[in-house]
Design a protein around this ligand. Structure first.
Ligand code: TYD
Length: 251
């Protein structure tokens, strides 16, 4: 099994490791994913990096509709949630699951928690609808570990503003005020509180180096030190050790 089928047993994988990164705008997810991927590749692991919405041609087409145009907006948050779910299911089946079955480490920028937060909490959708949609979208593939990069909204917005390409169109989610960002921050923290086995919250307000070190520490703790040993270049070797020692909570 690649990824936990239940979400309650981190480290219960047989092949591959599935790590998702979540958090508000400007938390630095893509930088941290890139750095973690480099570290893991230096250790000899095969790493697939992807993002949502997107990651496959079908899901990237949905991304274009939802983020780059306003085409889906008039139809409301339920349709939008279904579009994110459709994109996610394609991503899971075409890219994430096959990579995990090959024994790779898969790092994904946003996954199911973004729908829970951006559509479920922000748009106040019926929780039963959001849960049903999630089950269909992920088809049993719960991340082994979810890293939530936590940052005060003002700081996140400042960073997001600094790094954005002035010629690119502003996407819908970037237009909102601090209150909307704070609501989402609270919703991410609430997910972490409810699912402490899967989720680790990291304070992302420090320097990129500091945050990268914290991310590494969390990944080491969750998947056992063996993954970082120089002689542990085969992911399979790391899995055997990790299976004996389920992930412990982050400090
Ligand atoms: P993106 O440009 O990838 O930026 P970032 O992840 O750095 O914020 O934007 C993705 C946007 O899509 C982001 O504002 C969150 C939103 N989103 C949802 O609303 N629901 C989802 O399920 C996902 C995956 C993303």
């Amino acid at each position: 099994m690649a990824g936990s089928e239940t979400g309650t047993e981190p480290g219960s994988y047989e092949r591959g490791l599935f790590v998702t990164f979540e958090g508000g705008d400007g938390a630095g997810k893509s930088t941290q994913i890139r750095r973690l991927a480099e570290t893991l590749r230096d250790l000899g692991h095969t790493v697939t990096v992807s993002r949502e919405p997107g990651g496959t041609p079908g899901a990237e087409a949905v991304r274009h509709v939802v983020l780059d145009t306003s085409a889906a907006e008039p139809f409301g948050p339920y349709l939008e949630a279904m579009l994110f779910a459709a994109a996610r299911n394609d991503h899971v089946e075409q890219k994430i699951r096959p990579a995990l079955e090959r024994g790779e480490i898969v790092l994904v920028d946003r996954f199911m928690d973004s729908t829970r937060v951006y559509q479920g909490a922000s748009e106040n959708l019926d929780p039963g609808f959001v849960q049903a949609l999630e089950r269909i979208a992920i088809a049993g593939l719960v991340p082994d570990l979810t890293v939530i990069l936590d940052i005060p909204p003002e700081e996140g917005l400042r960073r997001a503003h600094e790094r954005r390409d002035p010629s690119a169109p502003v996407d819908r989610f970037e237009k909102e005020d601090v209150t909307a960002h704070e609501l989402r921050r609270v919703a991410f923290l609430e997910i972490a509180r409810k699912e402490p086995e899967r989720c680790r919250v990291i304070d992302a307000s420090g320097s990129a180096d500091d945050v990268a070190q914290k991310v590494l520490d969390v990944v080491k703790t969750a998947f056992a030190e063996a993954i970082f040993r120089e002689d542990a270049i085969s992911p399979a070797a790391a899995h055997e050790t990790a299976e004996e020692k389920p992930g412990a909570p982050a400090e």
